[in-house]
Ligand binder design. Structure first.
Ligand SMILES: *[C@@H]1O[C@H](CO)[C@@H](O)[C@H](O)[C@H]1NC(C)=O
Ligand SMILES: CC(=O)N[C@H]1CO[C@H](CO)[C@@H](O)[C@@H]1O
Ligand SMILES: CC(=O)N[C@H]1CO[C@H](CO)[C@@H](O)[C@@H]1O
Length: 816
């Protein structure tokens, strides 16, 4: 055993067997804060063990979680599908902890309260009002300590305005937007959230209305109040309350992950299923001399004896070793207050449960696991003494992962033999929106469900967003960045659509290398280079942003190349398809299908097909005839009749809108044909079909150079954005034109007004002169001086011009 003060042995890279064929992969390792060669523990170099810290399941996951788990999924897929490792991926969900206990208990007590106070006519009784008034006071006392604690609901607005002036204003909802650029602190936001909650309750107290609405506005203040009153009375053996909550949100979490195309786990561990194992883990740490029980029945980790034994504590973030706030946060919200631990920085392995907290039996009395021990015990149980990769969000580095690491070393190490428990720690950067981390307590976050259901983001665009940025960095999502995401996705959509169309119409593998053009050769060599570059980028600690650029550049090059053979386009498209599938961008992706091109969503909906294709074909024919110079109206009418036959089968409900568009277009074309309408009108109808009727159904007809038919495709964000930009540009142009016209009309009017003035009188009004000649030209100025020769010359010129304009005006008057 190392003596006191000796330094921790440095990180030892695992040793690969000489014949293990390992990729040149380097991984950004938080443990060494450098890029280390990746070598798995498995001597054959094939299997990789990976433990990921999962969510605490008591509320729906938000976008910040999406960032963490999707980034993790991307790395895992690259490990598995690009580098070919067999990844054993284990994740925990925390299904009991202080947050869940509080949440579960409060929900239970609230439901109970509502049941007790239910009224047949939904009226708010005096006793409910009295309780909620007390809850209001309790909430203010706890969360808005600068207000007098007896502030009544009626006086709340005024009081808050006085005491928290600038904090309450702007209101919470606008906080992030209004303060762009300015630093909004988390404390500010939290305060705003509290003010918002209290304000809502104050409103409800002043105008209670019906019970359901009343409760909806006061739930948030009732919950902590009821818990303070009755929390301690809960039965500590009744785990059901908590498990029902955590099971519900665990299920919803995995539904969200599925919607985000995150691969399922290989194994899931839950705290509540591991309690006896965790107890055993704690016992061994105590036996090894690194933990101690206190008389109240808790057990703590003894950092001092751990370090004395030659270990080092806080290896991931040594600079935070003494950060009491972070440590306290790690201990959980139910542990505030007195504890019997020997030193401030020791942390709980086992927590004695207080009355009202769920409890399990242990040698130290009834209690529950501390936070960090859970992961150590579960990961060690499932993956053993040494784990290849341990991952989580960057906020878990300290204290969670540092404590986990210490506990596992304390568990596994024997005198003289220090265990390196995890070889690679990787941490995902956080999502930031305008400088702020997403957080539940700030009441300012968007759940994954909301985002996906409002179609603001698709699972794919979200993933593209995360792929475009380094996984280890915080992502700042700005409007600019959103544009880049839409642009990248749209570019690939276009590329895939074009390639699919080419592959559909090409006879396979008939070209030989001899038939290839210079452009083909050039592009094929770019493809070879892109493959090398992608390999280099992925080996460089999964540099996906570099890969995204390589793909985009390659597509640009192929778009601008002329006379490519189908074969080249198809080769290119298949490779791009493979990479985006590895990245998880195609939920229908299948890497065993070498021929696949594109990703899901390139096709129009099935119910649309029998109607939209004939519509587009009819439109193609009409356009061809309309553009031919002499319009054959009989032929056009015949085309329109021909379509009706093809689509005469009974129409199912989901197809009706498409059928309707088809029938309308057909009828309109026939009507125009009967009227012998000019080509211009026929073409305008074709444009309207594309830009209005089908557009509104989410389908776009992309016209191409004749004789190619229009490409029938679903709308995507890029098309929508391009059109929006075009429209706003044309609105701006129209506005500028109107303004110009108005200016010209004004000038015209002024001229006309001016022309009305008789030249004889034109110099009289100004007061500059005192005498005039008979034609009205001034001879003496106001001061009595004779007008100079030079000046007179100018005046005459002016006078002649006016004479002419005035005569013209007289003419128009006479004509009218
Ligand atoms: C990824 O690659 C790009 C381009 O080669 C480089 O600029 C960037 O620094 C790399 N990112 C990381 C995190 O190494
Ligand atoms: C059971 C367990 O250890 N759960 C941990 C899983 O990881 C999360 C981090 O996301 C921790 O908060 C849990 O405590
Ligand atoms: C981080 C976050 O969710 N910010 C949001 C806070 O609320 C405002 C207004 O509702 C949003 O615009 C922010 O995006």
């Amino acid at each position: 055993m190392a003596s006191d003060g000796r330094k921790q042995p440095p990180w030892r890279p695992p040793k690969a067997q000489p014949d293990a064929q390992l990729p040149r992969l380097k991984v950004d390792n938080s443990l060494t804060r450098s890029k280390d060669d990746f070598v798995p523990v498995d001597p054959t170099g094939k299997v990789v063990t990976w433990y990921a810290c999962g969510p605490t399941v008591y509320e729906d996951a938000h976008l910040g979680h999406a960032k963490n788990y999707v980034s993790t999924d991307i790395l895992r897929r690259i490990m598995k599908d690009y580098f070919g490792f067999r990844v054993k991926f284990v994740m925990n969900t925390t299904d009991i902890d202080d947050k869940i206990i509080l949440q579960g208990r409060q929900q239970y007590l609230l439901a109970h309260f509502k049941q007790e106070h239910a009224a047949e006519d939904d009226s708010v009784s005096d006793s409910v009002l009295a309780e909620v008034r007390a809850a209001f006071q309790h909430y203010i006392g706890k969360n808005l300590p600068s207000l007098p604690s007896d502030t009544a609901a009626e006086a709340f607005s005024e009081a808050v305005g006085k005491v928290y002036k600038e904090k309450a204003d702007p209101p919470l909802a606008d906080a992030a937007t209004a303060q762009q650029g300015q630093a909004v602190t988390v404390a500010d936001l939290l305060l705003r959230a509290h003010i918002g909650t209290a304000r809502l309750a104050a409103e409800a107290l002043q105008a209670p209305g019906k019970l359901p609405e009343f409760f909806a506005k006061t739930d948030d203040i009732l919950r902590p109040y009821l818990d303070a009153l009755h929390g301690a009375e809960m039965d500590s053996n009744n785990h059901k309350i908590y498990l029902e909550l955590s099971q519900k949100f665990e299920r919803r979490f995995f539904e969200d992950m599925d919607a985000l195309n995150v691969l399922p786990l290989d194994q899931l561990t839950r705290v509540t299923e591991y309690v006896p194992k965790i107890v055993g883990f704690v016992e061994k740490i105590v036996a090894n001399g690194f933990g101690y029980a206190t008389p109240d029945g808790s057990v703590y980790f003894d950092i001092d004896s751990f370090e004395k034994a030659g270990h080092s504590y806080s290896r991931l973030e040594p600079w935070n070793k003494n950060d009491r706030a972070l440590q306290a946060d790690g201990e959980g919200s139910l542990s505030r207050g007195k504890s019997m631990k020997r030193s401030e920085n020791h942390f709980a392995l086992w927590k004695a449960s207080k009355p009202g907290e769920p409890a399990w039996p242990s040698p130290w009395g009834r209690g529950r696991p501390g936070w960090h021990i859970e992961c150590s015990a579960m990961a060690s149980e499932v993956l053993g003494k040494t784990i290849d990769i341990h991952s989580g969000g960057v906020d878990l580095r300290f204290p969670h992962h540092d404590n986990e690491l210490a506990l596992s070393e304390a568990y596994w190490s024997t005198p003289g033999c220090q265990v390196q428990w995890t070889n690679y720690f990787i941490h995902m950067g956080q999502l930031r929106i305008r400088g702020l981390k997403m957080s539940k307590s700030l009441k300012n976050y968007t759940t994954i469900r909301t985002v996906l259901s409002e179609k603001e983001w698709s699972a794919r665009s979200l993933r593209i967003c995360f792929l475009l940025m380094p996984w280890q960095d915080g992502i700042e999502v700005t409007d600019e960045f959103m544009k880049a995401v839409v642009g990248w996705e749209g570019k690939l959509n276009n590329f895939f659509l074009k390639s699919l169309d080419i592959s559909k119409h090409s006879s396979p593998e008939t070209t030989t290398t001899d038939d290839l053009s210079i452009a083909d050769h050039q592009l094929l060599s770019s493809l070879a280079k892109a493959k090398d570059d992608v390999d280099t980028a992925l080996c460089d600690s999964f540099n996906t942003s570099a890969v995204m650029r390589i793909l985009s550049d390659l597509v640009t090059e192929s778009n601008s190349a002329e006379a490519l053979s189908s074969q080249t386009v198809i080769l290119l498209a298949r490779w791009v398809t493979r990479i985006v599938t590895i990245f998880g961008l195609d939920p229908e992706g299948d890497l065993s299908n070498q021929d696949r091109i594109g990703w899901s969503g390139l096709d129009i909906p099935a119910p649309a097909k029998p109607y939209v294709y004939p519509t587009s074909q009819l439109r193609d024919k009409v356009r061809t005839v309309a553009c031919s110079g002499s319009v054959d109206h009989t032929a056009i009418a015949k085309f329109a009749d021909g379509v009706a036959v093809a689509a005469s089968a009974p129409v199912v409900e989901s197809s009706k809108p498409y059928d309707h568009v088809l029938q309308q277009f057909r009828a309109d074309i026939k009507a125009l044909a009967a009227l012998q309408a000019p080509a211009k009108e026929l073409l305008a109808l074709c444009d309207q079909l594309r830009d209005v009727h089908l557009w509104n159904l989410g389908i776009y007809l992309e016209d191409r150079i004749s004789p190619q038919p229009a490409l029938v495709r679903p709308l995507d964000k890029l098309l929508i954005e391009v059109r929006k930009e075009r429209e706003s540009a044309s609105i701006a142009r129209a506005k500028a034109k109107l303004e110009q016209e108005a200016r010209e009309a004004e000038k015209e009017r002024e001229l006309r007004e001016g022309a009305k003035v008789d030249p004889l009188l034109m110099f009289r009004a100004s007061g500059e002169y005192s005498e005039w000649g008979e034609n009205g030209i001034p001879t003496v100025d106001a001061a009595g001086n004779v007008v100079s020769k030079n000046r007179r010359k100018k005046l005459v010129k002016y006078w002649e011009k006016q004479k002419k304009r005035h005569e013209e005006w007289l003419l128009t008057q006479r004509a009218a």
